[in-house]
Write a protein of this length. Structure first.
Length: 320
């Protein structure tokens, strides 16, 4: 047990250092290429921090531990909003761009509702449903590419304004920053694996079921990259990356993981998930949208509400 706690600490350290590398150098690289920070948060960082959820859910499905697979997807998205955005908002008021509220957040809500509908219909997500979710992911990526092209033109135009300071990077530095960013993603994945593996063994020693482990401990463990990037992003005053990372991660969790894994092996859905877990997933998605529409930010008090709701979710889940 003591060894597992030591491995857990190492995993958390790798998560933090990986997040530091990814946030710092992806932001610098984005600015040098004329890409706005929100696009970076919604794509590169979101994919990188969602990889632990994908690997865990895929391995769980292949090992026929479906409770962990579906629990990880649902639990991670709930943790992203309730825990991560909650902590982020408590640390500092998170300013929100109006375009997110009108576009990206509704896309996240639509993906949440569709994923929930597929889960409820037949109490499983089959290969057809997985294929539909994956196609929607491709459409979302196409939408991001179009949005990125427009924002790149606007961002470059701002850099050319009189009085603006823009120091172009050499090709060598761009390659170096890209390498550092990739190392950061690798450390995030490695740290997550150590954290989840050790945490699962600790939970097993305590006699916790697979479903509860998937919804709570493993979901929390695979969401640690998002938490790490959130804290580091706030320390670097990159709140665009913080909010964009959470929104993007939730969309990728539902469409990428929820799409690819069922195409490999259909995921049965336990009926008890519709009493607590799915209502929390849908409710928190709508609640964060309401918070963002109010003064176009998420305040500290709203962060407290999100964090308290996540604590209620944990209590109810362990009480099942």
């Amino acid at each position: 047990m003591l060894l597992q706690f030591f491995i857990l600490i190492i995993g958390l350290g790798l998560l933090w250092f990986g997040a530091e590398l990814l946030i710092r150098y992806s932001s610098k690289l984005a600015r040098s290429l004329g890409v706005s920070p929100i696009i970076v948060g919604l794509t590169v960082i979101s994919i990188g921090t969602s990889l632990p959820e994908f690997v865990v859910s895929l391995i769980a499905a292949m090992q026929n531990t479906m409770g962990i697979s579906i629990g990880n997807i649902i639990g991670s998205n709930i943790a992203n909003i309730g825990l991560i955005l909650g902590i982020g908002a408590i640390m500092t008021t998170l300013k929100v761009q109006k375009s997110w509220v009108h576009r990206e957040v509704p896309i996240m809500i639509a993906a949440t509702l569709l994923f929930s509908l597929f889960s409820w219909n037949g109490a499983k997500i089959g290969r057809l449903e997985g294929f539909i979710l994956f196609v929607l992911l491709l459409l979302f990526l196409y939408y991001l590419s179009r949005t990125s092209a427009n924002q790149m033109r606007e961002f470059k135009a701002e850099q050319l304004l009189p009085g603006s300071i823009h120091i172009p990077l050499t090709t060598g530095k761009k390659i170096l920053y890209l390498l550092y960013s990739l190392i950061g993603i690798a450390l995030l994945i490695g740290g997550s694996k150590l954290t989840v593996t050790s945490g699962a063994k600790i939970a097993e020693a305590l006699g916790v079921s697979d479903t509860v482990v998937g919804l709570t401990l493993i979901a929390l463990g695979t969401s640690l990259p998002e938490l790490a990037t959130t804290i580091v992003g706030i320390l670097h005053k990159e709140t665009d990356l913080v909010v964009g990372n959470v929104i993007g991660s939730n969309i990728f969790n539902l469409l990428f993981i929820g799409g690819v894994v069922p195409m490999i092996r259909p995921i049965p859905i336990a009926t008890n998930l519709f009493f607590v877990e799915f209502p929390f997933l849908i409710g928190l998605s709508f609640l964060i949208w309401i918070f963002m529409r109010n003064r176009w930010n998420v305040t500290r008090w709203e962060g407290v509400v999100l964090l308290l709701l996540y604590c209620v979710f944990i209590v109810l889940t362990f009480g099942l």
